[in-house]
Design a protein around this ligand. Sequence first.
Ligand SMILES: [Mg+2]
Length: 361
Amino acid sequence: MQINFYRVRIPFLRPFTTSFGTENYREALLFRLVHDGIEAYSEAVTSPIPDYGYEDNATAMHIIGDFAAKYISDLPDPSVFMERARGIKGHNMAKAALEMLLWDYHSKVNDQPLYRYIGKSRGYANVGISIGMAKIEEMLEQIEKAVSMGYKRIKIKIARGREGLVREVRDAFPDIPLSVDANGDYTPSDMPRLKDLDRYDLEYIEQPFPGDDLIYHSRLKKEISTPVCLDESITSADKARKAFDIGAADVINIKPGRIGGFTESLKVAEIARENGGHVWVGGMLETGIGRAFNIAFASLDLVDYPGDTSPNEKYFSRDIVKNPFRMKNGIIEPYHDPGIGVRIDEESLLRYLVDAGTISV
Ligand SMILES: [Mg+2]
């Protein structure tokens, strides 16, 4: 059997700035397998630079091509694949790309839409939006538009020393559900700066400290009344359990790619529920393929907060799927066709293609 891979580079409509830096395009790795007339797809959430985590597109290709792909040669159940891949330490994003390829494949074999195949679903995802740092006028304009479009939560990226953005946004929009995401930019000596954010009535502060931390988040949580949300820090169900055990989190941003796929993400969501926590589904600026997985997961009953699954028209002028998701009144419904339900726009794929090849398994 063969897996096809495609590396595509899709320009953003506007540059996206976080505390890591500015990105002008999304360079995505897409995977496709065809077996017995069934065509399955997935996307790695890595990017060209190891900034969000240690993985990048090159490490993902190495792990998949040289080690992990052979474990899917008989198209096992996703949980069986994860068991086989346990010997490969870390590299969750690479593993998730294969694990999710299997979810799409098996839901199609079972003739079921992915969102129903994975678990109990409410049938739609509640949608929030993530706004990158920019000039304040530009951010306010984007927020105003997002609010009028019905987004259920506005999140702004912040960085150490840029807390003034939060004041400006809160002054302009006193009543919107607002959260902030620092992508790990703060240090323990910044506790006072973070405590100061309590005055803005935020839904939560996301990942103030670096991605390997739980301890400082737990200390912060004792000091502030704003809930603490973990993103980068939660890379497994075990990490989620530890976070709740030591009181380091109220909320978890589940990115199936970061956590190693749906099998492990489902466990994280269940652990949060058992501990009275909340979860939502984040995004990695995926193409329509990765987004279809996120929306399916975000529609689960276990996911109780609005996520960052805004439609791609916000980010790209043209997606690589023919039927990109559209939001209506703050919700997106997954497609009812079997599997992820999106159809590939071959012309668009060719237009953005940088590299392609096959992996034999
Ligand atoms: Mg985040």
